[in-house]
Unconditional design. Structure first.
Lengths: 167, 143
């Protein structure tokens, strides 16, 4: 029965239903926090809406111009150093929360993008150029430079390990 | 470009939007809830002062927490001011952005369970290693 419901509704809707149940229970026991969380949700939603539009815009364009053959060439098995560099730059320059990029990456994966490059992209989401001044303010510029260099270097190591194990 | 291709691409995007929206909405609701129920001050009390255990604790809490990375810098800065080691704070801020426990359901649904598990576990281990090498390298530069 559960399996039937999952198949009919899809795991995404089941997941959302579970979260809504948590909110429902919270609302019954602590309305104050429930209200604050709902307000927080709408604030969060407002900040991510432009990113959602950007990601689905990208998705539209990749469906239009990126055939599986082209994806394989730039981000597939034979992509080489070009693929790594593209993903490092893409990860650093991409904006918004990490989970907003899952649909686009999932689409590119179906077209032949390597798991290692997806992992590298996601890891480089940690390097955010607009936030560097804030990091310098709290931790100093030497720390910021060292950490940024290590994050980029380790993103490749992370990608290699994920590519090998999750194959 | 043919209008048929544009329409097909539009339909594909709409279908993936329909699949993704419940997951993203669920993740946003969880993040909002987490930010509201866990006060920032709670973290300072979690660290023991032990140079080996603290980076691990930092990485665990950085993995569980979600939200804008600015918050991790602010919390990290406060932790440093309260005497928590730089090892722990570095592991905390790196884990905040590279490991995602709250996002895990969304990541595994869209990119595969095995991929999400391996990526998060690898990122968790690497954030402790990054913390150690960063602090040692910093020691070399500020010596």
């Amino acid at each position: 029965m559960v399996r039937k419901a999952v198949r009919k509704l899809g795991t995404g809707w089941i997941f959302l239903a579970i979260v809504l149940v948590i909110y429902g229970v919270l609302g019954m026991f602590n309305y104050g926090i429930f209200e604050k969380a709902i307000l927080g949700f709408f604030n969060l939603l407002l900040t991510v809406l432009p990113v959602i539009a950007l990601v689905f815009g990208f998705l539209f364009l990749t469906n239009l111009f990126f055939t599986p053959k082209r994806v394989m060439k730039y981000l597939g098995k034979g992509s080489g150093a070009k693929g790594w560099l593209l993903m490092i730059a893409g990860g650093i320059l991409s904006t918004g929360p990490i989970y907003m990029w899952y649909p686009l990456l999932s689409d590119l994966k179906e077209k032949g993008m390597k798991s290692s490059l997806i992992a590298t992209f996601l890891y480089n989401r940690a390097v955010k150029i607009p936030l560097i001044p804030i990091m310098i303010y709290y931790f100093g510029w030497i720390f910021t430079i060292i950490l940024t260099i290590y994050m980029i270097a380790f993103s490749v190591i992370n990608g290699m390990i994920v590519g090998k194990i999750s194959r | 470009m043919e209008s048929k291709e544009i329409r097909e691409s539009g339909i594909k995007v709409w279908n993936s939007f329909k699949n993704v929206m419940p997951v993203l909405t669920g993740v946003l609701l969880l993040v909002a809830l987490f930010v509201k129920i866990v006060p920032k001050e709670i973290f300072a009390g979690l660290f023991t002062g032990n140079a080996v255990i603290d980076p691990f604790v930092g990485a665990v809490f950085g993995s569980i927490l979600a939200g804008n990375p600015i918050n991790s810098y602010i919390i990290g800065g406060e932790l440093l001011r309260n005497g928590v080691s730089l090892f722990a704070v570095t592991a905390f801020i790196v884990a905040w952005v590279t490991v995602g426990v709250i996002q895990f359901p969304a990541e595994s649904m869209m990119l595969g369970k095995r991929f999400a598990a391996v990526r998060n576990l690898t990122s968790f281990i690497l954030c402790i290693i990054i913390a150690v090498v960063t602090v040692f390298s910093l020691g070399l530069f500020t010596w």
